[in-house]
Ligand binder design. Structure first.
Ligand SMILES: Nc1nc2c(ncn2[C@@H]2O[C@H](COP(=O)(O)OP(=O)(O)O)[C@@H](O)[C@H]2O)c(=O)[nH]1
Ligand SMILES: [Mg+2]
Length: 425
């Protein structure tokens, strides 16, 4: 067994030195902070049996646990690195083993409040984080060596802003023998296939459609656009609007104004009962569009009730309105919060202000929510469009080209290695 001590200014560099000197089968025997950096003791050809203590009797209750110090008998006397004051081996980890063992979060451990244990805990989490970083880099570098073309494809896909999971999935479906251009085309073809989009114009079927979603995403403006779009095709007589935004007088006025311009009746409803009444009044209309407020707890409860209301024989259909400018985490949050309203699809607004569309695509693909309409400006109704997968993917590519963002290697490694949650937000 070969044992060596490594010193470096930080853990990451220390781990790299270990791998370069002893190889990826090296075992980390100990780590500790020292002046000016960290010190690792690592071994090659490590004989686990030599260090594995005999099975111990049941451990004492946590309160009885004394600060951990290895009993002198367990310290191999001849090994130069252990002869001095030395922290016990916090964890012995083979780099390769770690790579294989990227398993779900470990069981929660009840930690004693003992300062020494607390310090060990902190050091172990730091070590673990460093190991993860290191592993991500290894995995990414390994991909580059095994399949440079696939790595390049992954890089291009991540530059679209797609989640790392989706990038991986798309890259895996691409034929390895294709040229880079063909590989990219294949990946885009698969992305178009993955992007859920509604068939045709759902307004043509009529019914009762409510727009739900966070405040300010463009629900009221979209209702006006949808109403004008419908009027242009079927006239204004078979359409009615209802506003349930009872918080802001301005919001109600906004819809009443649009109603006047389009010559369409508008009712305000402050509760589910008033909404039922209004729907009853408009039961002869082919299409009723309902505007709602936001995503406070009260709005969500109202949205939940919306999905239970039926107008005649028709249930109220809800569309979730999302802004393409919203960060992915907030968008996921909205998608989850509005599940209570059972949305059948999405209206994606503010495409004209979006810097990237990959995050939205990833959210919609993960949620399995089809896009019904997109909007890309404030003009009513010109800036409303039926969602088409190939157009959306082309827009995403254009945006990425305009942004010309080149993702840095460390970031790509992190995202690809799975420790970064997604490529972009
Ligand atoms: N740039 C842009 N702005 C939009 C779009 N849709 C809505 N808006 C603007 O977003 C703001 C909020 O819209 P509003 O319909 O009141 O949002 P609501 O709170 O969800 O009803 C308004 O200033 C709209 O003009 C769009 O597609 N592009
Ligand atoms: Mg509104």
């Amino acid at each position: 067994m070969k044992i060596k001590r490594f010193f470096a200014p930080d853990m990451r560099t220390a781990l790299r030195k270990v791998r370069e000197t002893l190889g990826s089968d090296a075992v980390i025997l100990s780590n500790k902070r020292v002046d000016g950096g960290v010190e690792l003791v690592a071994a090659m050809d490590y004989d686990e049996a030599a260090f594995t203590p005999e099975p111990e009797p049941e451990p004492p209750a946590m309160a009885d646990v004394r600060p951990l110090r290895p009993p002198q008998s367990e310290v191999p006397k001849n090994e130069p690195y252990i002869g001095e004051r030395h922290e016990p081996p916090a964890q012995t980890l083979k780099l390769d083993q770690l790579r294989r063992q990227r398993q779900p979060a470990a069981k929660r451990v009840e930690w004693s409040q003992d300062p020494l244990l607390q310090e060990m805990r902190r050091e172990m989490s730091e070590l673990r984080r460093m190991m993860e970083l290191e592993l991500s880099e290894l995995t990414w570098r390994d991909l580059g060596e095994r399949s440079p073309q696939k790595q390049e494809l992954m890089r291009q896909l991540m530059e679209l802003g797609l989640s790392a999971d989706l990038c991986r999935k798309l890259a895996e479906r691409v034929d390895a023998t294709e040229s880079p251009e063909q590989a990219w085309r294949q990946a885009m073809f698969h992305l178009i296939g993955e992007l859920p989009v509604m068939d045709g114009d759902m307004l043509e079927q009529g019914g009762v459609i409510a727009l739900v979603g966070p405040t300010g995403v463009g629900k009221t403006t979209s209702i006006a656009k949808l109403a004008a779009h419908f009027c242009l095709r079927q006239g204004s007589r078979s359409l009615a609007l209802i506003t349930c935004d009872s918080y802001r007088i301005g919001a109600q006025e906004q819809l009443h104004n649009y109603g006047r311009i389009l010559n369409v009746p508008v009712r305000s409803a402050a509760s589910a009962d008033e909404l039922s009444d209004a729907l009853h009044t408009f039961s002869g209309k082919r299409l009723v569009l309902i505007d709602t407020a936001g995503m406070s707890q009260r709005d969500l409860q109202f949205s939940e009730r919306l999905s239970l209301i039926t107008a005649g024989n028709h249930p109220v259909t809800t569309l979730l309105t999302l802004s393409a400018t919203t960060q992915r985490a907030a968008m996921n949050h909205a998608v989850n919060a509005f599940r209570v309203a059972n949305p059948v699809g999405v209206v994606l607004t503010k495409m004209d202000e979006a810097a990237s569309l990959g995050g939205v695509f990833s959210t919609l693909i993960e949620a399995g929510l089809p896009l019904a309409f997109t909007t890309d400006g404030q003009r009513v109704p010109e800036d409303l469009h039926l969602a088409r997968a190939h157009t959306l993917v082309s827009q995403a590519i254009e945006l990425a080209q305009e942004a010309g963002e080149v993702l840095d290697e460390a970031y790509l490694a992190l995202a690809f290695g799975g420790t970064g949650e997604h490529a972009h937000v």
